[in-house]
Design a binder for this molecule. Structure first.
Ligand code: SF4
Length: 232
């Protein structure tokens, strides 16, 4: 199945162009629900080809670009990262959104500096409940608390709708997002070939009703399905 790799996400408080690039294998590659890494490859020529074709579609019209690559931005080959940096400059894009895993946190400052514009590294926290994040989702992301995460980055992704999540856990996660971070993306859990049995329909339904207004928060994107950004 061919993936859509370029989209315009004009809805919400932060309209942007979004590209889905191909990347090198995720350094962790073991999160329980993650099938995005099916798009990873060690074939750098292929990665470059996809990047060239996809980035050529970027116009800069919103002044904001989001790059996802089914892993961390550091897992794009140096030439692709340099191509993105140059594109930001030539298209007068002043805000850059991308993703990075916790294992790269010591490089976050250098990554932000490299791109040379206002860069926000979205960290896939999923939940601040340590047992769920590491025990159920197998994220292998350990910290002393939300403040340590907030000191490392101002942008996170949360996930809602998996087994073991309670209403109170979700309330705490959303509160932390709104109080400690500048940007957030909340993903409704979508079953895939790896996650069988992990989804909790009841908690998802509760969230959709209870937090229907969250989509109006200017700094929060709620992705009701995993292709809501238009790519994938
Ligand atoms: S760190 Fe991200 S890309 Fe890597 S396995 Fe986990 S969810 Fe997937």
């Amino acid at each position: 199945m061919s993936l859509v790799r370029y989209a315009k996400h004009a809805a919400g408080g932060h309209p942007r162009e979004v590209v889905l690039l191909k990347g090198l294998p995720c350094v962790w590659s073991r999160c329980a629900f993650c099938d995005y890494i099916d798009d990873n490859t060690t074939d750098e020529a292929w990665i470059q080809r996809v990047a060239d074709e996809t980035l050529a579609q970027v116009t800069g019209e919103f002044g904001r670009l989001q790059v996802v690559n089914s892993g961390s931005i550091q897992e794009l080959p140096p030439g692709v990262q340099a191509g993105i940096r140059d594109l930001l400059k030539t298209k007068h894009i002043t805000e850059f959104w991308t993703e990075s895993y916790w294992a790269y946190r010591k490089r976050f400052d250098a990554t932000r500096a490299f791109f040379g514009v206002d860069t926000h590294l979205f960290l896939g926290v999923e939940t601040f409940d340590d047992d769920l994040r590491n025990g159920v989702l197998n994220k292998s992301m350990h910290w002393t608390g939300p403040d340590e995460v907030a000191a490392a980055t101002d942008a996170i992704c949360l996930m809602v709708g998996f087994k073991g999540q309670t209403r109170d856990m979700i309330r705490r996660d959303i509160d932390l997002l709104l109080t400690k971070f500048r940007y957030g993306i909340v993903n409704l859990f979508t079953e895939n070939r790896l996650s069988h049995g992990l989804m909790d329909d009841e908690i998802k339904a509760w969230f959709c009703e209870e937090y229907a207004g969250l989509a109006d928060e200017p700094n929060v994107d709620v992705l009701w399905t995993n292709t809501d950004l238009g790519v994938g």
